[in-house]
Design a protein around this ligand. Structure first.
Ligand code: SF4
Length: 273
């Protein structure tokens, strides 16, 4: 096996292992790996085998990885079974579709409840997220946690993801090409998760999901739609950290989200920065 293939395999194993550990902590005891992933890895790391009695067991396959591990996204043949969120994350772990694969530490597929009422979508991983492989774990993530708690929810009741799955160097704004290249992953995740509502956090999330150039200040608080799912644009928590007075408007948006999913907003004040 050449150096490049060997490095690719190591990267996939490291990042898939991290993600599987997190899934285990979240109580997910079993995942299925599609034949397509198995084929693309030529007998990849994990395969599912059906026994004569119909039971399905997980087996370790012979490892022989192609030199280039390509993402086969948004090309699901009509009528085929959609991939699961863990399967998508496994593919993201080896993705080299754009230049950000060269500078990332870990991919950040997103995490949370796999049948969420609410999906939060931000821009891209920052430094903390890049190190940990988890979305929204830095200062902005801590504020997002307080916002979720203020809504009367726990973080593990929602799913949290970003438009981009790899960190742009220096936290620069993602380019349109990077967003276009990475967006199929999020689209596929949304098809799996089927949330009742998507909360688009900040201008980049709005641009990625809605292809709208309207500023977030103007668009926030107005219902939009993505793949038939209602989308509420609101301010990114990082913006709220810099502009605490805007939390009042963000809280109004989150209350509208709670009403949309049929929940009564708890009688609390807007979250503190
Ligand atoms: S940002 Fe998205 S498309 Fe680019 S390498 Fe990462 S996962 Fe792949």
């Amino acid at each position: 096996m050449g150096n490049e293939a060997s490095n690719t395999l190591r990267e996939i194993l490291d990042q898939s292992g991290e993600y599987l550990r997190w899934l285990k902590e979240e109580g997910v005891g079993q995942i299925e790996v599609s034949r397509r992933i198995g084929a693309s890895r030529q007998q990849g790391v994990l395969t599912m085998k059906t026994l004569p009695d119909g039971k399905r067991v997980q087996t370790a396959g012979r490892m022989s990885v192609k030199k280039t591990v390509s993402a086969e996204l948004a090309t699901e043949p009509a009528g085929s079974k959609p991939r699961s969120v863990p399967e998508i994350a496994a593919e993201i772990a080896g993705c080299k579709r754009c230049v950000l694969c060269r500078t990332r530490t870990k991919t950040v597929p997103g995490q949370g409840n796999l049948s969420p009422e609410i999906l939060f979508v931000g821009e891209a991983p920052g430094a903390d997220e890049d190190q940990q492989g988890l979305a929204f774990v830095g200062a902005a993530g801590q504020l997002l946690t307080r916002m979720i708690l203020a809504m009367g929810l726990q973080r593990d009741e929602v799913f949290i993801a970003n438009i981009l799955k790899c960190r742009p160097p220096g936290n620069r704004v993602p380019t349109p090409e990077e967003m276009e290249t990475c967006l199929p992953y999020l689209q596929e995740q949304i098809r799996c998760l089927q949330p009742k509502v998507i909360v688009a956090l900040g201008a980049t999330a709005v641009r990625g999901l809605l292809h709208s150039e309207t500023g977030i200040t103007k668009l926030r608080g107005t219902w939009q739609e993505f793949q038939g799912i209602p989308v509420m644009p609101t301010f990114h928590p990082a913006y709220l950290l810099r502009n605490p007075p805007a939390k009042r408007e963000a809280w109004d948006d989150l209350q509208a989200v709670l009403h949309k999913v049929g929940r009564t907003p708890p009688p609390v004040k807007p979250v503190k920065a």
